[in-house]
Design a protein around this ligand. Structure first.
Ligand code: ADP
Ligand code: MG
Length: 347
Protein backbone atom coordinates (compact mmCIF):
# COMPACT_ATOMS: atom_id res chain seq x y z
CA UNK A 1 0.00 0.00 0.00
CA UNK A 2 1.27 3.42 -0.78
CA UNK A 3 0.57 6.44 1.40
CA UNK A 4 0.67 10.04 0.22
CA UNK A 5 3.78 11.96 1.15
CA UNK A 6 1.72 14.99 2.10
CA UNK A 7 0.01 12.97 4.85
CA UNK A 8 3.28 12.16 6.56
CA UNK A 9 5.02 14.54 8.92
CA UNK A 10 8.41 15.22 7.45
CA UNK A 11 11.43 16.64 9.13
CA UNK A 12 14.98 15.66 8.46
CA UNK A 13 16.61 12.78 6.66
CA UNK A 14 14.83 9.90 8.43
CA UNK A 15 11.38 11.33 7.78
CA UNK A 16 12.25 11.95 4.13
CA UNK A 17 13.36 8.32 3.77
CA UNK A 18 10.18 7.12 5.51
CA UNK A 19 8.08 9.22 3.16
CA UNK A 20 9.73 7.45 0.22
CA UNK A 21 9.49 4.04 1.87
CA UNK A 22 5.75 4.26 2.44
CA UNK A 23 5.18 4.82 -1.26
CA UNK A 24 7.06 1.83 -2.67
CA UNK A 25 5.74 -1.63 -3.41
CA UNK A 26 6.26 -4.56 -1.07
CA UNK A 27 8.99 -7.10 -1.87
CA UNK A 28 8.48 -9.27 -4.95
CA UNK A 29 9.98 -12.52 -6.23
CA UNK A 30 13.13 -10.72 -7.41
CA UNK A 31 13.37 -8.44 -4.35
CA UNK A 32 13.50 -10.32 -1.05
CA UNK A 33 14.26 -7.23 1.06
CA UNK A 34 13.78 -3.59 0.04
CA UNK A 35 14.09 -0.26 1.86
CA UNK A 36 14.73 -0.37 5.63
CA UNK A 37 17.89 -2.40 6.25
CA UNK A 38 21.55 -1.72 5.50
CA UNK A 39 21.30 -3.47 2.14
CA UNK A 40 18.57 -4.72 -0.12
CA UNK A 41 18.52 -8.43 -1.02
CA UNK A 42 17.87 -9.44 -4.63
CA UNK A 43 17.09 -12.89 -5.94
CA UNK A 44 17.94 -13.32 -9.59
CA UNK A 45 16.87 -16.58 -11.24
CA UNK A 46 19.46 -19.31 -11.62
CA UNK A 47 21.33 -19.09 -14.91
CA UNK A 48 21.15 -15.29 -14.93
CA UNK A 49 23.92 -12.70 -14.86
CA UNK A 50 23.53 -9.34 -13.08
CA UNK A 51 23.95 -6.07 -14.96
CA UNK A 52 24.40 -2.75 -13.13
CA UNK A 53 24.26 0.86 -14.32
CA UNK A 54 24.29 4.25 -12.60
CA UNK A 55 23.26 7.68 -13.91
CA UNK A 56 23.48 11.19 -12.48
CA UNK A 57 20.72 13.79 -12.89
CA UNK A 58 22.27 17.10 -11.87
CA UNK A 59 20.47 20.41 -11.57
CA UNK A 60 21.79 22.87 -14.15
CA UNK A 61 23.36 20.05 -16.19
CA UNK A 62 20.57 17.53 -16.86
CA UNK A 63 17.56 19.57 -15.75
CA UNK A 64 16.45 23.02 -14.63
CA UNK A 65 13.71 23.45 -12.05
CA UNK A 66 12.31 26.42 -14.04
CA UNK A 67 12.18 24.37 -17.30
CA UNK A 68 11.22 20.85 -16.20
CA UNK A 69 8.31 19.79 -14.02
CA UNK A 70 9.33 17.68 -10.99
CA UNK A 71 7.40 14.76 -12.58
CA UNK A 72 9.51 15.02 -15.74
CA UNK A 73 12.75 15.15 -13.71
CA UNK A 74 11.72 12.02 -11.77
CA UNK A 75 10.64 10.22 -14.95
CA UNK A 76 13.86 11.12 -16.79
CA UNK A 77 16.00 10.10 -13.82
CA UNK A 78 14.66 6.51 -13.88
CA UNK A 79 14.13 6.30 -17.65
CA UNK A 80 17.81 6.95 -18.40
CA UNK A 81 18.85 4.03 -16.19
CA UNK A 82 16.18 1.75 -17.65
CA UNK A 83 17.40 2.63 -21.15
CA UNK A 84 20.88 1.36 -20.22
CA UNK A 85 19.33 -1.94 -19.12
CA UNK A 86 17.45 -2.10 -22.45
CA UNK A 87 20.72 -1.56 -24.31
CA UNK A 88 22.07 -4.74 -22.64
CA UNK A 89 18.89 -6.74 -23.31
CA UNK A 90 18.32 -7.01 -19.54
CA UNK A 91 15.14 -7.14 -17.46
CA UNK A 92 15.02 -4.70 -14.52
CA UNK A 93 15.24 -6.19 -11.02
CA UNK A 94 15.47 -3.11 -8.78
CA UNK A 95 16.27 0.61 -8.69
CA UNK A 96 18.24 2.56 -6.06
CA UNK A 97 17.84 6.33 -5.75
CA UNK A 98 20.43 8.54 -4.09
CA UNK A 99 19.36 12.11 -3.62
CA UNK A 100 21.17 15.20 -2.38
CA UNK A 101 18.85 18.18 -2.02
CA UNK A 102 18.97 21.56 -0.25
CA UNK A 103 17.34 21.53 3.22
CA UNK A 104 14.16 23.30 2.05
CA UNK A 105 13.15 20.13 0.19
CA UNK A 106 12.74 18.36 3.53
CA UNK A 107 11.66 21.28 5.72
CA UNK A 108 9.24 23.47 3.75
CA UNK A 109 5.80 22.65 2.34
CA UNK A 110 6.84 23.79 -1.12
CA UNK A 111 9.96 21.63 -1.02
CA UNK A 112 8.07 18.56 0.21
CA UNK A 113 5.50 18.95 -2.56
CA UNK A 114 8.34 19.17 -5.09
CA UNK A 115 9.78 15.85 -3.82
CA UNK A 116 6.29 14.29 -3.83
CA UNK A 117 5.81 15.28 -7.48
CA UNK A 118 9.33 14.11 -8.39
CA UNK A 119 8.45 10.71 -6.87
CA UNK A 120 5.10 10.70 -8.71
CA UNK A 121 7.00 10.87 -12.02
CA UNK A 122 9.66 8.34 -11.01
CA UNK A 123 7.29 5.83 -9.39
CA UNK A 124 4.73 5.96 -12.22
CA UNK A 125 7.43 4.76 -14.61
CA UNK A 126 8.68 2.24 -12.02
CA UNK A 127 5.17 0.76 -11.72
CA UNK A 128 4.83 0.61 -15.50
CA UNK A 129 7.97 -1.53 -15.80
CA UNK A 130 7.37 -3.33 -12.46
CA UNK A 131 10.76 -2.27 -11.11
CA UNK A 132 10.79 -1.79 -7.31
CA UNK A 133 12.61 1.13 -5.68
CA UNK A 134 14.73 -0.96 -3.32
CA UNK A 135 16.94 1.60 -1.57
CA UNK A 136 19.17 4.61 -1.94
CA UNK A 137 20.87 7.33 0.05
CA UNK A 138 19.74 10.74 1.25
CA UNK A 139 21.91 13.77 1.93
CA UNK A 140 21.66 17.54 2.19
CA UNK A 141 23.35 19.56 -0.52
CA UNK A 142 24.19 23.27 -0.20
CA UNK A 143 22.29 24.67 -3.20
CA UNK A 144 21.51 22.36 -6.09
CA UNK A 145 19.48 19.16 -6.32
CA UNK A 146 21.35 16.04 -7.48
CA UNK A 147 19.97 12.57 -8.08
CA UNK A 148 21.74 9.35 -8.86
CA UNK A 149 19.86 6.27 -9.99
CA UNK A 150 21.34 2.78 -9.87
CA UNK A 151 19.56 0.08 -11.85
CA UNK A 152 20.15 -3.62 -11.32
CA UNK A 153 19.00 -5.95 -14.09
CA UNK A 154 19.27 -9.60 -15.04
CA UNK A 155 20.06 -11.28 -18.32
CA UNK A 156 20.40 -14.99 -19.21
CA UNK A 157 24.06 -15.97 -18.81
CA UNK A 158 26.14 -14.98 -21.85
CA UNK A 159 23.17 -13.35 -23.64
CA UNK A 160 23.73 -9.65 -22.81
CA UNK A 161 23.86 -7.38 -25.88
CA UNK A 162 27.31 -5.77 -25.98
CA UNK A 163 28.86 -2.86 -27.89
CA UNK A 164 31.90 -4.98 -28.73
CA UNK A 165 30.31 -7.84 -30.66
CA UNK A 166 29.14 -6.24 -33.92
CA UNK A 167 30.39 -8.08 -37.02
CA UNK A 168 31.53 -6.76 -40.38
CA UNK A 169 28.59 -6.98 -42.79
CA UNK A 170 25.98 -6.59 -40.01
CA UNK A 171 23.05 -4.32 -40.86
CA UNK A 172 22.43 -1.39 -38.50
CA UNK A 173 18.93 -0.82 -37.10
CA UNK A 174 17.38 1.86 -34.93
CA UNK A 175 14.09 1.87 -32.97
CA UNK A 176 11.54 4.70 -33.22
CA UNK A 177 12.79 7.97 -34.69
CA UNK A 178 15.63 10.38 -33.93
CA UNK A 179 16.06 14.09 -33.27
CA UNK A 180 12.81 14.49 -31.32
CA UNK A 181 14.41 14.94 -27.91
CA UNK A 182 16.85 17.60 -29.16
CA UNK A 183 13.99 19.37 -30.99
CA UNK A 184 11.81 19.39 -27.86
CA UNK A 185 14.76 20.78 -25.85
CA UNK A 186 15.19 23.61 -28.39
CA UNK A 187 11.47 24.43 -28.13
CA UNK A 188 11.71 24.26 -24.34
CA UNK A 189 14.61 26.72 -24.30
CA UNK A 190 12.48 29.16 -26.29
CA UNK A 191 9.30 28.99 -24.17
CA UNK A 192 10.10 27.14 -20.93
CA UNK A 193 6.89 28.22 -19.13
CA UNK A 194 4.83 26.14 -21.59
CA UNK A 195 6.79 22.95 -20.89
CA UNK A 196 7.22 23.24 -17.13
CA UNK A 197 3.44 22.59 -16.91
CA UNK A 198 3.74 19.15 -18.52
CA UNK A 199 3.42 16.67 -15.69
CA UNK A 200 2.46 13.34 -17.28
CA UNK A 201 3.87 11.04 -19.92
CA UNK A 202 0.72 11.42 -22.11
CA UNK A 203 1.42 12.47 -25.73
CA UNK A 204 4.74 12.41 -27.50
CA UNK A 205 7.41 14.16 -25.40
CA UNK A 206 10.72 12.56 -26.33
CA UNK A 207 12.76 14.87 -24.08
CA UNK A 208 10.46 15.37 -21.08
CA UNK A 209 9.01 11.85 -20.92
CA UNK A 210 11.33 9.60 -22.91
CA UNK A 211 10.29 5.95 -23.22
CA UNK A 212 12.99 3.32 -22.55
CA UNK A 213 12.86 0.51 -25.14
CA UNK A 214 12.81 -2.39 -22.68
CA UNK A 215 10.17 -4.44 -24.55
CA UNK A 216 12.07 -4.26 -27.84
CA UNK A 217 15.30 -5.19 -26.07
CA UNK A 218 13.71 -8.16 -24.30
CA UNK A 219 12.44 -9.55 -27.63
CA UNK A 220 15.80 -9.02 -29.35
CA UNK A 221 17.67 -10.73 -26.52
CA UNK A 222 15.21 -13.63 -26.20
CA UNK A 223 15.25 -14.33 -29.96
CA UNK A 224 19.04 -13.91 -30.19
CA UNK A 225 18.44 -11.55 -33.13
CA UNK A 226 21.04 -8.85 -32.43
CA UNK A 227 24.83 -9.09 -32.43
CA UNK A 228 25.40 -5.80 -30.60
CA UNK A 229 23.43 -2.89 -29.14
CA UNK A 230 23.72 0.53 -27.51
CA UNK A 231 21.14 3.13 -26.46
CA UNK A 232 21.37 6.51 -28.18
CA UNK A 233 22.04 8.84 -25.28
CA UNK A 234 24.74 11.17 -26.62
CA UNK A 235 23.70 11.15 -30.32
CA UNK A 236 23.68 8.66 -33.21
CA UNK A 237 27.10 9.78 -34.50
CA UNK A 238 28.78 9.40 -31.08
CA UNK A 239 26.99 6.20 -30.03
CA UNK A 240 27.62 4.45 -33.36
CA UNK A 241 31.28 5.48 -32.98
CA UNK A 242 31.26 3.61 -29.63
CA UNK A 243 30.06 0.42 -31.40
CA UNK A 244 32.73 0.93 -34.11
CA UNK A 245 35.50 1.47 -31.52
CA UNK A 246 34.50 -1.42 -29.25
CA UNK A 247 33.99 -3.82 -32.19
CA UNK A 248 36.99 -2.49 -34.17
CA UNK A 249 34.84 -1.84 -37.24
CA UNK A 250 33.67 1.05 -39.43
CA UNK A 251 30.10 1.88 -40.48
CA UNK A 252 28.16 3.35 -43.37
CA UNK A 253 24.85 5.18 -42.83
CA UNK A 254 22.20 5.90 -45.49
CA UNK A 255 20.96 9.45 -44.82
CA UNK A 256 17.65 8.77 -46.59
CA UNK A 257 16.83 5.81 -44.28
CA UNK A 258 17.36 7.63 -40.98
CA UNK A 259 13.92 8.07 -39.35
CA UNK A 260 13.60 11.75 -38.43
CA UNK A 261 11.18 12.58 -35.62
CA UNK A 262 8.29 14.90 -36.63
CA UNK A 263 9.34 17.37 -33.90
CA UNK A 264 12.76 17.71 -35.63
CA UNK A 265 11.03 18.64 -38.92
CA UNK A 266 8.76 21.01 -36.99
CA UNK A 267 11.89 22.64 -35.47
CA UNK A 268 13.08 23.51 -38.99
CA UNK A 269 9.69 25.07 -39.85
CA UNK A 270 9.75 27.17 -36.67
CA UNK A 271 13.39 28.19 -37.36
CA UNK A 272 14.78 26.57 -34.26
CA UNK A 273 17.34 24.69 -36.36
CA UNK A 274 18.46 24.67 -40.01
CA UNK A 275 18.61 20.86 -40.34
CA UNK A 276 16.34 18.11 -39.03
CA UNK A 277 18.88 15.49 -40.18
CA UNK A 278 21.57 17.15 -38.04
CA UNK A 279 19.31 16.82 -34.97
CA UNK A 280 18.74 13.13 -35.82
CA UNK A 281 22.48 12.48 -36.31
CA UNK A 282 23.90 14.49 -33.42
CA UNK A 283 21.03 15.67 -31.18
CA UNK A 284 21.30 13.04 -28.47
CA UNK A 285 19.00 12.00 -25.60
CA UNK A 286 16.63 10.08 -27.89
CA UNK A 287 17.25 6.90 -25.86
CA UNK A 288 16.29 4.79 -28.87
CA UNK A 289 18.12 1.49 -29.35
CA UNK A 290 20.78 1.11 -32.01
CA UNK A 291 21.53 -2.53 -32.79
CA UNK A 292 23.31 -4.57 -35.41
CA UNK A 293 22.23 -7.93 -36.81
CA UNK A 294 23.31 -10.41 -39.45
CA UNK A 295 22.07 -9.54 -42.98
CA UNK A 296 20.25 -12.89 -43.01
CA UNK A 297 18.44 -12.27 -39.68
CA UNK A 298 14.73 -11.58 -40.19
CA UNK A 299 14.19 -8.29 -38.30
CA UNK A 300 10.48 -7.36 -38.11
CA UNK A 301 9.32 -3.89 -39.23
CA UNK A 302 7.86 -3.39 -35.72
CA UNK A 303 8.82 -4.97 -32.42
CA UNK A 304 6.53 -4.53 -29.39
CA UNK A 305 4.67 -1.83 -31.36
CA UNK A 306 7.84 0.20 -32.00
CA UNK A 307 8.91 0.80 -35.65
CA UNK A 308 12.35 -0.56 -36.57
CA UNK A 309 14.37 1.07 -39.37
CA UNK A 310 17.45 -0.26 -41.14
CA UNK A 311 19.85 2.68 -41.47
CA UNK A 312 23.20 1.27 -42.63
CA UNK A 313 25.81 -1.45 -42.34
CA UNK A 314 28.98 -2.29 -40.44
CA UNK A 315 32.20 -2.49 -42.47
CA UNK A 316 35.72 -3.76 -41.88
CA UNK A 317 37.93 -0.96 -40.53
CA UNK A 318 40.82 0.08 -42.72
CA UNK A 319 43.83 2.07 -41.53
CA UNK A 320 43.47 5.86 -42.04
CA UNK A 321 39.83 5.45 -43.10
CA UNK A 322 36.95 7.39 -41.54
CA UNK A 323 34.95 5.41 -39.01
CA UNK A 324 31.51 6.49 -40.17
CA UNK A 325 30.61 7.28 -43.76
CA UNK A 326 27.32 9.03 -44.55
CA UNK A 327 25.77 8.23 -47.93
CA UNK A 328 23.47 11.11 -48.89
CA UNK A 329 20.30 11.09 -51.00
CA UNK A 330 22.33 11.32 -54.27
CA UNK A 331 24.66 8.47 -53.35
CA UNK A 332 27.59 10.81 -52.53
CA UNK A 333 29.56 9.90 -49.45
CA UNK A 334 31.04 12.13 -46.75
CA UNK A 335 32.80 11.46 -43.47
CA UNK A 336 30.56 11.76 -40.42
CA UNK A 337 32.49 13.08 -37.43
CA UNK A 338 31.13 12.15 -33.98
CA UNK A 339 29.33 15.22 -32.68
CA UNK A 340 26.87 15.34 -29.79
CA UNK A 341 26.78 15.65 -26.05
CA UNK A 342 30.02 15.09 -24.14
CA UNK A 343 30.96 16.24 -20.63
CA UNK A 344 34.40 17.89 -20.17
CA UNK A 345 34.65 18.67 -23.90
CA UNK A 346 36.83 21.75 -24.45
CA UNK A 347 34.68 24.59 -25.86
P1 ADP B 1 22.75 3.50 6.09
O1 ADP B 1 23.11 4.67 6.96
O2 ADP B 1 22.93 2.16 6.75
O3 ADP B 1 23.33 3.57 4.72
P2 ADP B 1 20.31 4.91 5.59
O4 ADP B 1 19.79 5.45 6.87
O5 ADP B 1 21.03 5.82 4.65
O6 ADP B 1 21.15 3.60 5.89
O7 ADP B 1 19.10 4.28 4.80
C1 ADP B 1 18.13 3.47 5.44
C2 ADP B 1 17.34 2.71 4.39
O8 ADP B 1 16.66 3.66 3.56
C3 ADP B 1 18.18 1.87 3.45
O9 ADP B 1 17.45 0.72 3.15
C4 ADP B 1 18.36 2.74 2.24
O10 ADP B 1 18.57 1.97 1.08
C5 ADP B 1 17.02 3.49 2.21
N1 ADP B 1 17.12 4.84 1.58
C6 ADP B 1 17.86 5.89 1.97
N2 ADP B 1 17.70 6.95 1.14
C7 ADP B 1 16.84 6.54 0.17
C8 ADP B 1 16.29 7.14 -0.98
N3 ADP B 1 16.59 8.39 -1.36
N4 ADP B 1 15.43 6.41 -1.73
C9 ADP B 1 15.13 5.13 -1.40
N5 ADP B 1 15.61 4.51 -0.33
C10 ADP B 1 16.46 5.18 0.46
MG1 MG C 1 24.11 0.81 7.32
Amino acid sequence: MSKSLSKSVISGEHALIESIRCRVQSPSSALRLGIGDDCAILRPESGEEIVVTTDFSLEGVHFRRDWHSPESIGHRCLARGLSDLAAMGARPLAAFLSLAVPSEFATTGKGRIWIERFLNGLLALARHWKVPLAGGDTAQSPQLACFDIVLIGAVPRGRALLRSTARSGDLIYVTGSLGGAAAELLALERVPHRFVRLTTAGGDHPHLFLQPRLSVAARLAAAGLAHSAIDISDGLSIDLTHICDESNLAAELDAASIPVHPLASEAVRTRLTPSALDLALHGGEDYELLFTASPVAKIPKRIAGVPIHRIGRMLARRARQAQIILRDHDGRTTTLAPRGWEHFRPH
